[in-house]
Design a binder for this molecule. Structure first.
Ligand code: SAM
Length: 200
């Protein structure tokens, strides 16, 4: 499914920027990450699915997107929209209570999207421990050679710099590259970037 009909797009419960993003730009961004058909992807903190939706298009009918969030209302919105797009059979919702464990088996995921959530995770107790716990879990579920893609922002509310966060991630993963471009940040399309790491 590449071209989504305008009628379906108009019926979605999303911002105009998101509707725009779903008409090709989102998919292009996901492809640039290296995600391909048939893969299993975890979108940790997926909210309403600005990344889960284009990822589900890219992985196709043989792939899976595990869409995890503690905000169950957001997941319901994602799944309602996914149904309209005919993508609900490739998106597996995981509604959590905010626990830092991941209810998935070892070595089963090709890529983890971890976008705009690190400031919330480290904000929970002001230390890097919650982030370390999640990184341990992410390393457990990722296949060897898998990808961790992060979008870091809003760190001003914490005592850490982006370099501190990247340093912590590099204890578990190898820095790969930076992908810059127009991305969805909350409900808006903006110039931004994500950092990518591989799990060796
Ligand atoms: C700012 S939104 C980012 C949404 C999405 N990743 C994106 O970039 O469009 C952060 C999301 O992370 C979720 N979240 C925060 N802490 C979480 C946790 N411990 N477990 C699961 N979800 C969490 C929030 O409920 C929210 O939906």
């Amino acid at each position: 499914m590449n071209k989504i009909s305008k009628l379906v797009i108009d019926s979605l419960e999303y911002s105009n920027d998101a509707k725009n993003w779903f008409q090709g730009r989102g998919e292009q961004f996901i492809r640039k990450l290296g995600i391909t058909e048939g893969q299993s992807i975890l979108d940790f903190g997926c909210r309403i699915g600005h990344y889960a939706i284009p990822t589900a298009i890219v992985v196709g009918p043989t792939g899976r997107v595990f869409a995890l969030d503690k905000d169950h209302y957001s997941i319901d919105i994602l799944m309602k929209n996914a149904k309209k797009l005919g993508l609900d059979n490739r998106i597996i919702p995981i509604k959590t209570k905010g626990e830092l464990t991941i209810a998935l088996e070892d070595d089963m995921i090709d890529a983890v999207l971890f976008y705009d959530i690190i400031h919330i995770i480290i904000g929970t107790d002001g230390t890097l421990e919650p982030l370390q716990m999640i990184l341990t879990e992410v390393s457990r579920v990722l296949k060897s050679g898998g990808l961790l893609s992060i979008l870091v922002d809003h760190l001003k509310k914490n005592n850490y710099t982006k370099q501190d966060i990247i340093g912590e991630i590099e204890k578990f993963f190898t820095f790969k590259d930076v992908l810059k471009g127009e991305i969805m940040h909350w409900d808006w399309l903006k110039a931004g970037q994500v950092e990518n790491f591989s799990f060796d």
